[in-house]
Design a protein around this ligand. Structure first.
Ligand code: SF4
Length: 75
């Protein structure tokens, strides 16, 4: 099954909450309100990098395209 690499730029994220409102399956709020990847999809030891199944592509794309600071990358 194909997967998508997802990451959040912690420097540019302004903790607006849009991504984890739209796609809580993949994104959640960190302690400071900035977005991070939910535990089940994290890769390595960084909370803001992960990999999700292709079935979550629309969810991730919607969040990515709605982020006001273009902080979400998905490939
Ligand atoms: S939508 Fe963008 S700026 Fe807002 S919390 Fe998510 S990553 Fe951060």
């Amino acid at each position: 099954m194909a997967s998508i690499k997802v990451s959040v730029n912690q420097d540019s994220c302004i903790a607006c909450g849009v991504c984890y409102s739209l796609c809580p399956q993949v994104f959640e709020a960190g302690a400071d309100g900035k977005s991070q990847i939910v535990p089940q999809y994290r890769t390595g030891d960084k909370v803001f990098e992960g990999e999700v199944d292709e079935s979550l592509k629309d969810c991730v794309e919607t969040a990515k395209n709605s982020c006001p600071t273009f902080s979400i990358s998905a490939s």
